[in-house]
Write a protein that binds this ligand. Structure first.
Ligand code: GLA
Length: 680
C-alpha cells in the first residue's frame, strides 16, 4: 500500500512476499503450530477446484466495517447489529444489500487449546455465532475475514488461516458464516494460487455455501486464474477515502473487464461513499463507476452516522440495477482523452449504460454515439439519466457537459417508444472561465438538440455569485431548435474588483418544451476561477496559488514531501540523499494546475521519488501546457538521484504538473517536484 512511518509493521508484512519466496516455505512448515491441519487431513472426497459454487451470480452487495473503523474499538457487536437493523429499516436490504461483513480484528490474538479461532471477547462478548444468528434473523447474511498467511494484516498479529484452512473453514461454517474475505498478509511466500485454492477446497468441504472473496491485492494477476478459485478477487491495493486513490484504483480495474462474469468478479475494493474525504459529486462518480464495472458494492461507511445524501447515493436503485444486471458484463472503456472518459456496459435487455466521467478539475464536454457504445442502428433511442431519473429521446448523440469530477450515467436503448419522451439537449460551455477580479471574461454557451424531435421555446440562463455581472451579448432564447442544431449565446462575466482568488460556482440552465408540450428544465453547474497572473521573473511554484490539485494520498504539500494524510505531515524533501528546501511533495496519481495567463516561458525542477519510501516507489513526471504534454521523465525509481525536467510553456494559460504511478500501482509513490520554478 502506502508507506507511512507509523505503519511500517504492516507495510513490511506485505513486502515480505517477493523477498522471502521459497526459503520460507520450509520455515513456515517447521514453525507451524501442532494443531495445524493441511490438505492431507482433508476429507477424502474428490473436490474439483474447477467446480462452480453457484454463488455471487451478480456482484455481492452489503457492508464491511474496514473503511470506516479499521481496528478501532467502535468495530463491535453493536455496530454489526446496528448496520443489520439499518439495512432493513432504511430499505437497503430491499435494494439488494445482503452481506454484513466483519473485517480484520474480530478475533482473539490466540487460538484456543483446540486450535480454534475465538472472537475478541470485548468486541464480540457473545461470540460470532450470536452475531450470525442476529444477522440471519433479519434475512441477511454474515461475512468474516482472515488471511492466507500465518497472521492477519493488523500489526497486533491476529491468527491467520495458512496451515489451518480446513478447521478454520469448518469453524466459520459452524458459526453460520456466508462470506469469507481471505487476505494476503504474512503469507510466508507460499504460492498464491496454492494458498487460495486450499481455502477454496476447505470451504467447499464444509458443504455450506460461502462466497469466497480473494484479497491478494492483484499481486499475482488473479484475473488470469482466480475465476476457478473464488467468486471475486481484489485487483488492487487498498482504497482510501480520497479522490486520487479512488481514481487510481478505477484506472487499474477498468482494463480487466474481460475477466469478470457471473460468479467471478473483479474487486476494486470496498466503497468509501459517505466517509467524508470526497464530495458528494465524487461519491456519485465512485458509485456510478463501481456499478458500471460490475464491482461488489460493499458499503464502507458507518451507516449509523450517515447523511441523507449518503443514503440517497447508496440507495439509487437504477444505478444498483446497472451493477446487478444478470448478464454480468463489466463495462469497458470506449474512449479516454484528456481525462474525459466514456465507459459502456452491455445490459441483458440489450441497452447500454454509458458513463460520461470527468476526471479533470473543470467542467468538460464528453461525448459518444449510440453506435460507438454498441447499440444497433435505429431512428432514435431513449436515454435515461440514472441520477436525474428522467428519460429523453436522442437521434444517436450521447453527450453532456459533465461537472468537475462528475459522472453523467445514462441508460440508452433502441426503444421504439422514444417519441413519447422529450428531446435530450446538451448544455455546452467553451471551457471554464479564468478571470481576474474586476475584469471581464467571455463565455459562450450552447443548448444543442440531441433528440430526433425539435426542442421548442428554448431559453438559456446563466447565473453566478451575488455581485458578479453576467451579461448576455447575444439572444438567450429562440422558438425552436431542430435536431443537431444549437442555441448559441455569448456572455460576459465580471467578478467585482477585489474578489479573492479561488473557485466560484456558476450555473447554466436551459428550459424548453417537447413537441407534445412537456416542459423540461435542465442545468449544469460549473466553476469560474478568479486568478492573478504570476509575477514577472522567476518564482517558486510552491509560493503561487494553485488552480486545482488532486493527489493519491493526503493533500499536495508545499516545500515538504507527502505525508499521506493531513496537511503539513511531510518531511524535508530528499531525493538520492539531497535535501531540497522548496518544491511540491505529491503522491501519485497527482495533478496540480497553475494559472499562467500566457505570460510565462519555462518550468524547471529536479524530480524523483522521495527517499522516505525506502527502496520502494516508481513514478513518472509530466508537464502539460494547456492540453499538450510538453515534458516527461519516463519511469523514475527510488534508487535514482534527482533528475532535471524543463518545459517550454510559452503562451499557455494553464500549466499542469502530473505524476503517474510508473505503471505498477500507487503504493509508496511519494514524488517530489523539488526546486520547482517558473519563469514569467
Ligand atoms: C488488507 C486488506 C484490507 C483490510 C486490511 C485489514 O490491507 O487489503 O482490505 O482487510 O488488510 O487489516
Amino acid at each position: 500500500m502506502r508507506h507511512l512511518p507509523t505503519r511500517t509493521t504492516r507495510t513490511s508484512g506485505r513486502t515480505v512476499i517477493g523477498a522471502l519466496a521459497a526459503g520460507l516455505l520450509c520455515a513456515a512448515g517447521a514453525t507451524a503450530p501442532a494443531v495445524a491441519d493441511s490438505p492431507t487431513t482433508a476429507p477424502a472426497a474428490a473436490i474439483s477446484p474447477q467446480s462452480d459454487n453457484g454463488l455471487a451470480l451478480t456482484p455481492p452487495m452489503g457492508f464491511n466495517n474496514w473503511n470506516s473503523t479499521h481496528c478501532r474499538a467502535e468495530f463491535n457487536e453493536a455496530m454489526v447489529k446496528g448496520i443489520a437493523d439499518i439495512f432493513v429499516e432504511k430499505g437497503l436490504k430491499e435494494a439488494g444489500y445482503q452481506y454484513v461483513n466483519l473485517d480484520d480484528c474480530w478475533a482473539k490474538p490466540q487460538r484456543n487449546a483446540d486450535g480454534k479461532l475465538e472472537a475478541d471477547p470485548v468486541r464480540f462478548p457473545n461470540g460470532i455465532k450470536a452475531v450470525a444468528d442476529y444477522v440471519h434473523s433479519k434475512g441477511l447474511k454474515l461475512g468474516i475475514y482472515t488471511s492466507a498467511g500465518t497472521k492477519t494484516c493488523d500489526s497486533v498479529g491476529l491468527p491467520g488461516a495458512l496451515g489451518h484452512e480446513y478447521s478454520d473453514a469448518q469453524q466459520f461454517a459452524d458459526w453460520g458464516v456466508d462470506y469469507l474475505k481471505y487476505d494476503n498478509c504474512n503469507n510466508q511466500g507460499v504460492d498464491a494460487k496454492k494458498r487460495y485454492t486450499t481455502m477454496r477446497e476447505a470451504l467447499e468441504a464444509t458443504g455450506r455455501p460461502i462466497v469466497y472473496s480473494i484479497c491478494e491485492w492483484g499481486q499475482n494477476k488473479p484475473w488470469e486464474w482466480a475465476a476457478d478459485v473464488g467468486n471475486l478477487w481484489r485487483t488492487t491495493g487498498d482504497i482510501s477515502d480520497s479522490w486520487g486513490s479512488m481514481l487510481s484504483i478505477m484506472k487499474q480495474n477498468l482494463p480487466l473487464a474481460a475477466a469478470a462474469g457471473p460468479g467471478h468478479w473483479n474487486d476494486p475494493d470496498m466503497l468509501e461513499v459517505g466517509n467524508g474525504g470526497m464530495t458528494d459529486t465524487e461519491y456519485r462518480t465512485h458509485f456510478s463507476m463501481w456499478s458500471v464495472m460490475a464491482a461488489p458494492l460493499l458499503i464502507g461507511s458507518d451507516l449509523r452516522k450517515a447523511t441523507p445524501e449518503t443514503f440517497e447515493i447508496l440507495s439509487n436503485r437504477e444505478v444498483i440495477a446497472v451493477d446487478q444486471d444478470p448478464l454480468g458484463k463489466q463495462g469497458a472503456v470506449v474512449s479516454s482523452t484528456g481525462g474525459r472518459w466514456v465507459v459502456a456496459k452491455e445490459m441483458e435487455d440489450g441497452s447500454r449504460v454509458v458513463a460520461l466521467f470527468n476526471e479533470t478539475g473543470s467542467a468538460q464536454r464528453i461525448s459518444t454515439t449510440a453506435k460507438e457504445v454498441g447499440l444497433p442502428e435505429a431512428d432514435a433511442y431513449t436515454t435515461r439519466d440514472l441520477w436525474q431519473h428522467t428519460t429523453y429521446n436522442t437521434a444517436g448523440g450521447i453527450s453532456a457537459t459533465v461537472p468537475a469530477h462528475g459522472t453523467v450515467l445514462l441508460r440508452v436503448a433502441a426503444d421504439s417508444k422514444w417519441a413519447a419522451y422529450p428531446p435530450a439537449v446538451e448544455l455546452g460551455l467553451n471551457g471554464s472561465p479564468l478571470v481576474e477580479a474586476g475584469r471581464s471574461a467571455p463565455l459562450t454557451t450552447t443548448v444543442t438538440d440531441l433528440g430526433r424531435t425539435p426542442a421548442k421555446s428554448v431559453s438559456a440562463t446563466l447565473t453566478g455569485p451575488s455581485g458578479w455581472q453576467i451579461e448576455a451579448l447575444s439572444p438567450t432564447g429562440t422558438d425552436a431548435v431542430p435536431t443537431g442544431r444549437a442555441l448559441t449565446t455569448r456572455w460576459q462575466v465580471t467578478p467585482p474588483a477585489g474578489t479573492a482568488t479561488g473557485t466560484y460556482d456558476l450555473k447554466l440552465s436551459a428550459q424548453y418544451r417537447s413537441p407534445t408540450g412537456t416542459h423540461v428544465r435542465s442545468s449544469v453547474p460549473f466553476q469560474a476561477h478568479v486568478v492573478v497572473a504570476p509575477p514577472a521573473g522567476n518564482s517558486y511554484l510552491s509560493d503561487l496559488p494553485q488552480l486545482s490539485a488532486s493527489n493519491g494520498w493526503g493533500p499536495v504539500e508545499k516545500d515538504t514531501s507527502n505525508g499521506e494524510s493531513k496537511a503539513g505531515d511531510g518531511n524535508p524533501m530528499t531525493i538520492g540523499g539531497t535535501v531540497f528546501a522548496k518544491g511540491l511533495g505529491v503522491h501519485a496519481d497527482s495533478a496540480v494546475e497553475f494559472y499562467t495567463g500566457g505570460a510565462c516561458s519555462a518550468v524547471t525542477a529536479q524530480v524523483g521519488v522521495d527517499d522516505e519510501t525506502g527502496t520502494n516507489g516508481t513514478v513518472s513526471f509530466e508537464i502539460w501546457a494547456d492540453g499538450t504534454k510538453v515534458a516527461s521523465t519516463g519511469v523514475l525509481t527510488n534508487a535514482m538521484a534527482a533528475q532535471p525536467i524543463t518545459a517550454d510553456v510559452s503562451g499557455a494559460q494553464v500549466v499542469r504538473l502530473v505524476v503517474t504511478d510508473g505503471g505498477d500501482g500507487i503504493n509508496y509513490d511519494h514524488a517530489d517536484w523539488a526546486n520547482l520554478r517558473i519563469g514569467c
